[in-house]
Ligand binder design. Sequence first.
Ligand code: SAM
Length: 350
Amino acid sequence: MHHYPAGILLQAGHTGHVEDRFGHRISYLRVSVTDRCNERCLYCIPQELQEWLPRTSVLSYEEILRTISVGTRLGIHKVRVTGGEPLTRRDITGFFRELGQMPGIDDIGVSTNGTLLSKLENGVTMAEHLVKAGVRTANVSLDTLDPEAYAHATGRDYLPRVFEGLAAAKEAGFQSIKLNAVLQKGTSEGQLAPLLDFAHEHGHLLRFIELMPVSTKDVLSEDNFLPTNTARRLLESHYDGELVARPDFKTNGPASYYQVPGREQLVGFIGAMTNLHFCESCNKLRLTCDGKLRPCLGSYLEFDLLTPLRDGATDDELAALFQDVVDKKPKDHDFRDNYQPNRKMVAIGG
Ligand code: SAM
């Protein structure tokens, strides 16, 4: 059995408040439960990376729940479950039920492509199972409303399923449903206003996300990068009015919100590449599906938890490892710094 660094040894049941070196209070764990997905978005899973991890290197639900529970001792109280596509993993609803019961966790979200939210399990939609388990927010990825463009981008003809999934999510009663649209030059421009109108019609909060160089560096190039500023300007010209910044509106993440001219509607922009203040309010750690704890999506740093978990480490030892990762959290991501990704986005969890 290994010995792991003993940093802080929080007592079981004690909920700490842990800050990194830059004063960020770490309270949010993004958890990838699988690298597998039922879609094939090339900016996420480039062709050469379309091979899944062997099941034995993926954390079991028990291991994930134990890790989250250790995280609560350091002040983690919010968890967003992602992937891959989290809803493809077997008995994911059982996992959410367990998570929903965990002391110290008071805010649970899911990131999904939406294609399985309306799927029935024992006569009940997945969306309803999630809400019943205590999942508060659903973030649904939707880059386009055009069926052909959707099929081209995702490799699957599933746009109707996403619409069904969104309807099921609304019906199930999530407290908040957000739509996330990744911006790509040449394809997104004509979809900005339709997506915003769609979000308005259905009462969802839409955020536009800049492409990031994850998975491989070819994912982002001058040919496909569309900055959030350009998207904003295009929307202003479409709606013939200024999008007014609403710094008073925050959603516990890095999005900057603006008000749509002539409407109550807000729209978010997540500019990881162009917003130089992007990391200032980061309160997150990430647990990859193969058991690595990462202090930042856009940095090479990651720390193995799978080995200690399977090697019999105590909760105190795991908490000390957690603390160590918090202490190593960088001030900013490295995306703008000639970052060469070496990890698949699906394994890390977007
Ligand atoms: N399958 C789920 C989904 O579709 O939301 C969860 C995982 S997915 C990796 C999470 C988010 O990451 C999606 O909104 C996806 O569009 C985004 N994403 C993937 N690759 C990206 C990239 N290169 N740049 C920016 N966002 C990316």
